[in-house]
Design a protein around this ligand. Structure first.
Ligand code: SF4
Length: 574
């Protein structure tokens, strides 16, 4: 079964790399979620490519979602194996987790177990070394601190090669893991070894200090290079992704807008769009006529000359899709270019139902802009529309939530007018529960109680019931609660993960935990409180983020990023 699945997946792929293990450093690159989710992730493709581009290293992939509907790729003894060569994980020098979502953290324990390795880092001796990276890690690695030997934080272009050089040298001269971790912490920017730090708490359970042990730096600065090398692009093509047979090409990193809930907008500062010509060259180099190109960036719609780029790629016979759209950046030309590029479903993110709450989150979108964008897309004959909203935002009232329904009804009305009374395609309203994220202005805010979230979602479900051509989907508050625990908790949350892994029941693990999870999830943090992610220095200054939090609570808008050459507002470009 697993062997057949492995062959089937490899058989449908173009671009995977199979090297002789004797080339040098062997890395098992693991995505703790489904194959489909992994192959839809440009960051995972990039790291796979960076390692395999080296002549002295190889990377092979493995996946585990814990989802009973997806059979893990295991050997006859049930041990997780890699896709490329079918080898078990403890045959590699390095087991490297790529972490994009907090809710994948529990799978890390299942994977270590399936590899036959002790779960707790301090109980493992010798090699392989177990490391992790990815955006979920460099927002807050602490819940996984007891299980991971070291975290490679920040953007891989800046620190992956020096990291691999040291690990390869250490592995081949038989250095101990302890010595290797010390070397990496000393010499690799953004490398964080949790065992090198002692956490202390006060009698109310608040973290009061993070003390480095001898030889470990007082703080860790995940690197975010000011200049990006060439745009990233998919390394492997397969029909089994969210973007079937589409080649993903990075359009830029970061976003200039400053939405106060958005981690990508703050942790990837300063915003670094690629010049359109460079994206054009990468896209045409990686694809052929008839192929589909997916332009990926949190701010792709803000890209200068996006119309020109789309028109150029269309002239070269490529179809174009965008990872995100902003209502206030959409033009008739862009809407038409997207339709011509085969776009079947566009996504707009009003996030909140009232202008006041959109000011609180600094979304900076007027209702008229949302309606105009919906009209433009309908006029350009893009059939389906997805609308993203959140519930549980700071200062949100029940009225704010109720206002989502009439706003969506006004969008439907605009579409019907543009379609001359015909209802065409599907409008999907997708509502998620707001989870406060590290390194954003809302990092101090608490998560809303699940009972209130359920009430608010019920109001929306009732408000949208029976509307023709509309589908309503929403988060499950209890899983958003777990996401908030893994996003805001410190290394004591590791005990909950361990107990949940052993009992198979996260709810029981949370209720039996000596530290009440509400302490991490629901509690608003104090102005000067030490955050679990306090060992890291990245993104905007803390004072700037606090100021932005206060402006948010007062529903005051703030300008986004200006010119990195001249601006020092948030402290990143000083
Ligand atoms: S200093 Fe200014 S331009 Fe630079 S990231 Fe901060 S707000 Fe943006």
């Amino acid at each position: 079964m697993a062997a057949a699945r492995r062959e089937r997946l490899l058989g449908a792929e173009e671009g995977f790399v199979l090297k002789d293990p004797g080339v040098g450093l062997n890395v098992a690159l693991i995505f703790p979620n489904t194959y489909r989710a992994a192959m839809s992730n440009l960051g995972f493709h990039a790291v796979y490519g960076f390692i395999n581009d080296r002549t002295d290293a190889l990377a092979e992939r493995a996946f585990f979602s814990g989802d009973p509907r997806e059979d893990p790729i295991v050997d006859s003894r049930g041990r997780l194996i890699t896709l490329e060569s079918g080898r078990v994980l403890d045959k590699f020098h390095l087991i490297a987790f790529s972490l994009s979502f907090e809710n994948d953290f529990p799978n890390v324990l299942s994977i270590l177990d399936a590899a036959g390795l002790p779960l707790i880092s301090s109980e493992r001796t010798g090699w392989p070394m177990v490391i992790a990276g990815g955006v979920a890690a460099f927002l807050n690695p602490e819940p996984l601190a007891p299980f991971i030997d070291g975290f490679l934080l920040g953007e891989a272009e800046a620190n992956l090669d020096p990291f691999l050089d040291i690990v390869k040298d250490a592995a081949f001269r038989g250095a101990s893991r302890k010595e290797t971790l010390g070397l990496l912490a000393k010499d690799v920017e953004g490398f964080y070894a949790p065992s090198g730090y002692i956490h202390r708490y006060d009698d109310r359970g608040r973290l009061t200090s993070i003390e480095p042990r001898e030889g470990f730096p007082g703080e860790v600065a995940p690197p975010h290079p000011a200049e990006l090398p060439e745009p990233l692009a998919s390394r492997i093509r397969t029909p089994q992704t969210e973007f079937a047979n589409m080649v993903l090409v990075e359009a830029g990193r970061g976003c200039p807008r400053g939405c106060r809930f958005c981690a990508a907008g703050f942790v990837y500062r300063p915003p670094r769009p690629h010049p359109w010509e460079r994206i054009r060259d990468k896209a045409t180099h990686e694809t052929s006529e008839g192929d589909k190109v997916g332009l990926v960036s949190p701010a792709v719609a803000d890209l200068e000359n996006l119309d020109t780029l789309c028109a150029h790629l269309a002239k070269e016979g490529r179809r174009v899709s965008l990872s995100s759209l902003r209502a206030d950046s959409l033009t008739p030309e862009l809407a038409r270019a997207l339709y011509a590029g085969g776009l079947k479903s566009a996504t707009l993110a009003p996030e909140a139902g009232t202008g006041r709450l959109r000011m609180v989150i600094n979304k900076g979108l007027a209702e008229e802009e949302i309606l105009a964008a919906a009209r433009l897309l309908a006029e350009a004959r893009v059939p389906n529309l997805k609308l993203y909203f959140m519930v549980g935002l700071p200062t949100e009232t029940a009225e704010d939530v109720r206002e989502i329904v009439p706003l969506v009804k006004r969008v439907l009305h605009e579409r019907r007018k543009a379609l001359k009374g015909r209802t065409r395609g599907l409008v999907t309203v997708s509502v998620s529960c707001f989870v406060p994220k590290p390194f954003t202005p809302f990092q101090w805010a608490g998560f809303m109680e699940t009972a209130r979230l359920k009430e608010r979602l019920a109001v929306l479900r009732k408000g949208f019931r029976g509307i023709k051509g509309l589908k309503f989907t929403s988060d499950v508050p209890k899983w958003a609660y777990v996401q908030a625990l893994l996003s805001r908790g410190d290394r004591r949350v590791g005990d909950i993960l361990l107990s949940a892994h052993r009992s198979g029941d996260i709810k029981r693990a949370m209720s039996e935990s000596p530290v009440n999870p509400d302490f991490f999830v629901l509690r608003e943090r104090e102005r000067d409180e030490l955050f679990p992610w306090g060992i890291m220095r990245q993104g905007a200054d803390r004072d700037f983020l606090w100021e932005e939090y206060q402006r948010g609570l007062a529903a005051q808008p703030s300008p986004g990023c200006h010119d990195p050459e001249t601006c020092a507002a948030c402290g990143v470009c000083e």
